[in-house]
Structures are given as C-alpha cells and as structure tokens.
Design a protein. Sequence first.
Length: 234
Amino acid sequence: MTFAEQFRRDGYVVLPDAVWLPPHVQGVRARFQEIYNRSPDAFRAEARLLAKRTSIMKMFLAPDMMKAVAALGIRRPIMQTNPVCHAMGYDLSFDGTHPHQDWPALQSGLNTVVAWSPFHPVDEDSYPVEVAPGSHLKGLLPAKAGEHYSEVDAGGMEFVPVPVPAGGVLLFSVFTVHRTRTPGTKTRVAISHRYEDALDPFFVQNGHYSAQRRVIERELKMAPTQVQVQAVFA
C-alpha cells in the first residue's frame, strides 16, 4: 500500500525523514524552558516568532514535501497562513486540544492537508497527536466553536497516538478528528502548516472563500524616533 492509499483510507500518514531541520531548532526544548522560566509572555512571543522564520517556511516548501502533498492530491498548493508553533509541557496549565477537525478554521478546500512536524522525537509520553483513523470519511461533524478550535463529539471513536521522529512529518486531512494526548512527562515542540489547493472544486465554487483573516492594528503602539531610523542606514 502506498502512503497516498493509506492517507485516503485512514486520513493520515507519517513520513519519516521528510524534512531537514534547521540548526537553530536543536536544543529548542531546553531553550524554551529557560525562556519560560524568565517570562511566560516572552516564551509565547518566542514561539510565535520561531514559526515565522524563513527556515521554517523552507521546511514546508522543500521538494520532498511538495512531492508528498502532490501525491495526496494537492494540484495548485497555496498557503494562506503562517506556520504555527505547538509547545506542550512548559507548565502552561493547558490540557492539550480536545477532539476536533481543522476544516472549520479554514472553510476552504476539501482536500486540504495538514503537516505537523516535531523538532525532536515524539513518543507516547511527549504529547503526541492522537487521531481517529477513518474519521475523515464522516465529513464535517457538528462542533462546538471555541476560542482556538471547534470541539466535536468523539463518542464511539477510537484514537491512536502517532509517534513521529525528528525530521518526520504527520500529514492528515482537515476532516480527520484529532487531539493532543495528555498527560505527558516530557516537553514537546512541533510546527504545523496547511496546504490548500486552489483547484479544489469546492474551493473554486465558493469563490476561494477562506475563514482566515489578517488583521492590521492601525493605531500606533510604538513610534521610532528619527534618530533610531537614521541609525539603521548609517
């Protein structure tokens, strides 16, 4: 069975050694812990910044990744959002995500693929993603909208934890029901992104509508002085 056939059957697949991890993510768990100990706010800011580094985007645009998502049916890939950093186990008083599907957060193409990649080996004790195999074939499920995701009733579903090696990638459908396995005994840092298909018929039919929005705060929160600006070009 090919990985594409497995994906269509189960709604997810793991590709080991799929991406090249940039050197700056080595030791990220310990570095994050040090930052968190100094300031939880600085920790959150660092996690957001990490996800926006160009080296992280290159991970998801690497030739092997593009070939993989093409094999899963993405013909004209687009990326409407930034990658997202997922950190667990840093005394965040956060119990992980409950069962949900990713499609309500996008509402775009039906064949959209999510890529989730850890910066270190992830096993059952380090907050792996748990998936409900075959749940993508149920289509869009009723859900209770929350601040970060829309929780579904997973009654009767069986979940399996998905170990992923460093440099590996978990690929799953936006309709695959998944959650974070808790509790854990180790810290975990991972990054995720989504591949949408501009040629998906449903997406085209709906005028390429997307629920994602970029908001710009027009009110100035900080203003550099002329001297500070000139120093940049000195």
